[in-house]
Design a protein around this ligand. Structure first.
Ligand SMILES: [Zn+2]
Ligand SMILES: [Zn+2]
Length: 335
């Protein structure tokens, strides 16, 4: 049993458990164990044979039992039961996501805003995973608590980007921003600044409980901005603790598709946004996707391999996911 495949099973179990408020603690334990597997990639067969699955950090008796079942049968009866109980059974039209073809993550943070590592540390981690590119997308000025970047600091950051790219070698660092979608749908940086960047991720962070029709207007205005490449964590939800924004999803997704704006599947276990259900709707609306970790530290890059099951459950073919495209095919960069 491949550690990444097992990580995805534990991640999905964690996700399904999170939908029950009483299970949040257990949900987090499953997500944390999934993360350990995705980061450390232990040899599960050997550990199971030696009866040592519980030596994996965060794996207690309960999770070890699930892993043992996986090693022995290749499937998890616990996951199947949870899927049935939560009304989210496996579907025939799910897609296969081959993570060995993943080219790079478009959404990450550094200590220029609220990341906990330097750009160099993030770049080295991405390189070690075999990525060809990494989007450096720190926050825009509105997010004051995290020291968001204005035009001047973006310029300073671009100098560091060049240096780090040289130092690491073989990894393209895309200069980007995670720009806030303001209440009226305008963006937190002027267009002439956004125009210069390789990747513009526009995300809703505040006033998520806006009334549905104005939220719809807000999101449509954001996807209509020609500088926007991706809508980051499109609802802002935090399963188990915060409901996301509600808007006319179909209308917004159709507009996003029309403008060539991709929708993100944010793989942070606290977000998982889009949900499988919304991702499926976005697929039907013709959207492309970006499968990102939204990493704030090097180890968080592993959120993508552990949560890629979500794209598969939504039936998204790999050619609709930007991260499987080589750098030269990322048209946004020339945009
Ligand atoms: Zn964000
Ligand atoms: Zn982010």
């Amino acid at each position: 049993m491949d550690a990444i495949a097992a990580a995805q099973v534990l991640s999905e179990i964690g996700y399904l458990l999170r939908q029950d408020p009483k299970e949040v603690f257990r949900a987090k334990a499953f997500s944390a164990a999934a993360w350990t597997l995705a980061v450390e990639r232990p040899d599960l067969d050997a550990l199971h044979t030696a009866n040592k699955l519980t030596t994996i950090e965060g794996v207690g008796a309960g999770i070890a039992k699930v892993l043992a079942g996986l090693v022995e049968t290749g499937r998890s009866s616990y996951l199947e039961r949870l899927r049935a109980e939560t009304g989210q059974p496996a579907r025939e039209d799910e897609s296969i996501i081959d993570l060995t073809k993943y080219q790079g993550d478009l959404h990450s943070h550094t200590d220029w805003s609220d990341g906990r590592a330097t750009m160099l540390e993030m770049a080295r981690a991405a390189k070690a995973l075999g990525y060809k590119y990494l989007g450096v997308t720190d926050h825009s000025p509105r997010i004051k608590v995290v020291h968001g970047l204005d035009a001047e600091r973006l310029l300073a950051q671009s100098r560091e980007r060049e240096q780090v790219e040289k130092e690491v070698g073989g990894l393209a660092l895309l200069q980007g921003i995670e720009v806030d979608i303001l209440e009226d749908g305008s963006l937190d940086l002027p267009d002439p600044v956004l125009e210069l960047l390789d990747v513009v991720i526009a995300s809703p962070h505040v006033k998520l409980r806006q009334e549905e029709s104005s939220m719809t207007e807000r999101m449509i205005r954001a996807v209509s901005n020609p500088n926007v490449d991706v809508i980051g964590h499109p609802t802002g939800r935090r399963p188990g603790s915060r409901e996301g924004a509600t808007y006319d999803f179909e209308k917004v997704f159709r507009e996003a598709a029309r403008h060539g704006v991709a929708l993100e599947i944010d793989c942070d276990p606290a977000r998982m946004d889009l949900s499988p259900e919304h991702a499926r709707l976005a697929l039907e609306c013709g959207c492309n996707f970006s499968l990102d970790a939204d990493a704030h530290a090097p180890a968080e890059l592993a959120y993508v391999p552990m949560a890629a099951w979500l794209a598969g459950r939504a039936g998204i073919p790999m050619d609709r996911i930007l991260n499987f495209r080589p750098l030269e095919a990322l048209t946004m960069i020339a945009k």
